[in-house]
Design a protein around this ligand. Structure first.
Ligand code: FAD
Length: 315
């Protein structure tokens, strides 16, 4: 940790205590932590050592310092100006425990690892996770899904830590889950998620995962930095079809381009800024609205540089 000599005493106190509980870095570029590879610095970047450290840290950070949970950063657009608060990276909370057809995974476990282990254990229901590059916490927060499967199909309950450090167990039925939406308690972080799966032959499960992977790599620009689908599909239609019909496939601003391969993907061609990507998002929304009357809603979480973009909401 690198604390400037003129840091106020109060801040020194809590940040010093936080640094005992994990890795605390000041001014960490978020471009290193998002799959779009853009985004300015987080004022603080905190990776707790474990669950107990996270819980303790929640009670330490001052109420006026906003916090932002981070998974794999595969659905996040952080502004070029960065994030003026504490980004909390949950990657150390990554245990996966099996008990018959039930599995409990820490928020920081990769979804692909969970899918692989489920296949090894002959459990079906989360094959799609093999193809989504996020963590369990991000998957729950987004209700991630594809290939006719989604997190909510098998989710039974989650554990969250609240801003005061209290742990709350919430049944999936009480999360108001819908398409790419989960209502988490305000300012909470998912720390674990439990799923109920069904048995099947491991080789058949693996075969379905292989088919999903190859379909994805044939249709999506996976070799360039991106965040998956930029917009939610409007009821009864596809965002990619609408963007293509609006003539925007391949359109670029600065270093960001609407993919030639899949019009609902924006790719960073190497030197894109967040502002370039935001400008492309706004352009697509404007032109699609003019041409079809449909308002495209971003699926990517567009984080603001302060607390106002907190992704959770009251369950
Ligand atoms: C190539 C590619 C393909 C993709 N394909 C799909 C797809 O098929 N289907 C799909 O649904 N998505 C897809 N995505 C998007 C993304 O992978 C998913 O939304 C994923 O669930 C995000 O997980 P993450 O850990 O990266 O979350 P992040 O991007 O880190 O965070 C996403 C949001 O969740 C919040 N969050 C993260 N962790 C927690 C936590 N522990 N507690 C509370 N809130 C939290 C963050 O604050 C943020 O608001 C794709 C992305 C890429 C790059």
């Amino acid at each position: 940790m690198n604390i400037a000599m003129n840091t106020p005493l109060q801040e020194l106190d809590w940040s010093q205590q936080m640094s005992q509980l994990g890795t605390l870095i000041e001014h960490e570029p978020m471009a290193r932590h998002t799959t779009l590879a853009v985004g300015g610095a987080a004022r603080w970047f905190f990776r707790p050592n474990d669950r107990a450290a996270l819980i303790e840290a929640m009670t330490l950070s001052p109420a006026d310092v906003p916090t932002l949970p981070l998974g794999r950063g595969s659905n996040m657009l952080i502004p070029d100006t960065g994030y003026d608060g504490v980004v909390i990276d949950l990657s150390e909370l990554n245990t996966i425990e099996f008990n018959g057809c039930s599995v409990k995974a820490g928020a920081g476990a990769r979804m692909s690892r969970l899918a692989r282990q489920c296949a090894e254990n002959g459990l079906t229901g989360c094959e799609f996770m093999a193809t989504v590059p996020g963590d369990i916490g991000g998957g729950v927060a987004m209700n991630a899904g594809c290939f006719a499967q989604q997190v909510s199909d098998t989710l039974t309950y989650i554990e969250v830590v609240l801003a005061n450090g209290d742990i709350q167990e919430i049944n999936a039925a009480d999360l108001n889950i819908s398409y790419r939406h989960t209502a988490l308690p305000k300012a909470s972080l998912v720390i674990s998620a439990s799923f109920e799966l069904r048995t099947d032959h491991p080789e058949e499960i693996r075969e379905r995962m292989r088919a999903m992977r190859s379909r994805r790599s044939a249709t999506q620009p996976l070799t360039q930095p991106n965040c998956g689908s930029v917009f939610k599909n409007p009821e009864g239609d596809h965002a990619a079809r609408l963007i293509e019909a609006a003539g925007l496939k391949g359109f670029s601003i600065g270093g960001a381009r609407i993919s030639q391969q899949h019009a609902n993907f924006i790719v960073n061609e190497g030197d894109a800024s967040s502002a370039d990507i935001m400008a492309l998002i706004e352009r697509a929304q404007r032109v699609v609205k003019q041409q079809s009357g449909i308002e495209l809603e971003p699926e990517v979480r567009m984080i603001s540089d302060t607390n106002s973009a907190w992704p959770g909401e009251e369950a």
